[in-house]
Design a protein around this ligand. Structure first.
Ligand code: AMP
Ligand code: MG
Length: 411
């Protein structure tokens, strides 16, 4: 009996989107760490403790341009001061501020000894080396204390922290030019199909160029991983096997194939996975993207996507994205969604969750979502036109025009 017949008869469990996501997430692990240059660390997850090597700010300094003086003088009712020096940011002065004296000071400059208060230029009048306070500052005003942002020795950033721009700035402030972060997953991407040719080749009359590998690679990059392009395997067991094996040999942390997971005569991905490792074949309760294979080959997780371009892209978003984020040490992969009103009514009777490609319009009272034409799972242009994926729940049989739906943003 041929392998294909065995596969066709095998039970195919129906899974919800969440069940499939949970299964895939449970099989992937956080990767090891690597040291990278500071800017390379942006949007990655920190894998080290970062203690402060010094106080920030290092010295007590002016928060405003103005004059530094003694708060006690102001409290005692003095309004006139003699200007005895000046200090700019990045410089120091040995002038000591005595009673009745003031030093011209710029934002960020160290407050000279004796002074503890800064009065803004705008609140003084200067003539003949003397200032008069137009509005007396409260004692201690406009002064930033040494260490008020960060204390020397304090653990400022901890492992697990996602390095957003503000954390990158903090690392720079702490002099951390190299940081340990969780490394990026290497994702091998393999197309399949006799009809599919790499885009740099001239397709024959019944052939198409490989869109999927490129859609998936661009998505994988967006999710912080590194795509390894494995080309296209023809629908022959040996070639599919070679593609998978060379993905493992090239050190892939995750493999994504497209095509060849349905029940067609030449859908070979499943049986090769079965022979080379482990394979679950699922019927996902969603549309587009019902059939999907997941398992591992040579210990490397493998996601076998359906070949239709829309299904392949949506499945990558729903199933590869959370896994790749988890592997990079991210702790959250929930989607940012918005609520929008449907422009057209929708009737669905199959009990599956639908992901409709929609164009969004920002109106005075919220967003409107309009379907981008033909919703066939092979119509890549429907995604090109789309701003989001409207999620139509399994139990929604009929949604009248104007109904609120959740929309996953594609930007
Ligand atoms: P399959 O899942 O292999 O049965 O493929 C389903 C449909 O997707 C077929 O019409 C294929 O030609 C198409 N397809 C498969 N792989 C690709 C690809 N890499 N790029 C564009 N279309 C594809
Ligand atoms: Mg195929």
């Amino acid at each position: 009996m041929a392998c294909g017949e065995v596969m066709a008869r095998r039970e195919r469990p129906v899974l919800s989107v969440e069940e499939a996501q949970a299964h895939i997430l449970s099989t992937v692990h956080v990767l090891g760490l690597e040291k990278v240059q500071l800017l390379e660390a942006a949007e990655r997850v920190l894998a080290q403790e970062v203690p402060a090597d010094r106080d920030i700010p290092p010295v007590t300094n002016a928060a405003m341009d103005g004059f530094a003086l003694r708060g006690a003088d102001v409290a005692a009712g003095r309004r006139e001061f003699e200007v005895v020096g000046q200090v700019a940011a990045g410089h120091q002065t040995d002038v000591r501020v005595g009673p009745g004296e003031a030093v011209r000071i710029m934002t960020g400059a160290p407050v000279p000894e004796g002074a503890d208060t800064v009065v803004r230029f705008e609140q003084t009048q200067l003539s003949d080396g003397q200032i008069t306070l137009l509005k007396p500052p409260s004692p201690g005003a406009n002064v930033r204390q040494a260490g008020e942002d960060v204390r020397r020795g304090q653990s400022v950033l901890k492992p697990g922290k996602l390095l957003r721009p503000q954390e990158i700035g903090m690392l720079a402030a702490l002099g951390q030019l190299e940081v340990s972060v969780i490394r990026r997953p290497r994702v091998a991407i393999l197309g399949t199909g006799d009809e599919v040719v790499p885009p740099d080749r001239t397709p024959g009359p019944s052939q198409i160029r490989d869109a999927n590998s490129h859609t998936v690679a661009a998505q994988v990059q967006r999710y912080g991983a590194v795509p390894l392009m494995m080309g296209v395997a023809h629908d022959e067991e040996e070639l599919v096997r070679q593609g998978m094996r060379s993905a493992v040999e090239r050190g892939a942390d995750f493999i994504i194939t497209s095509g060849g997971v349905s029940v067609g005569d030449f859908d070979l991905v499943k049986q090769v996975m079965d022979a080379e490792g482990r394979m679950h074949f699922w019927s996902l309760n969603m549309k587009p993207g019902r059939p999907m294979a997941f398992g591992d080959v040579g210990g490397v997780p493998l996601l076998g996507l359906p070949g239709n371009p829309v299904a392949a892209m949506i499945s990558t978003r729903l199933y590869a994205r959370p896994a790749l984020l988890k592997m990079q040490g991210r702790r959250s992969w929930s989607e940012s969604t918005i609520i929008a009103r449907l422009v057209d009514p929708i009737t669905r009777k199959d009990g599956r969750r639908h992901y409709l490609r929609v164009r969004l319009r920002d109106t005075e009272d919220g967003f409107e979502a309009e379907q981008t034409g033909d919703q066939g799972s092979g119509i890549l242009n429907s995604l090109v036109q789309a701003d989001g994926l409207a999620v139509i729940p399994e139990d929604a049989r009929h949604l009248p025009a104007g109904s609120d739906v959740e929309v996953i943003l594609l930007e």
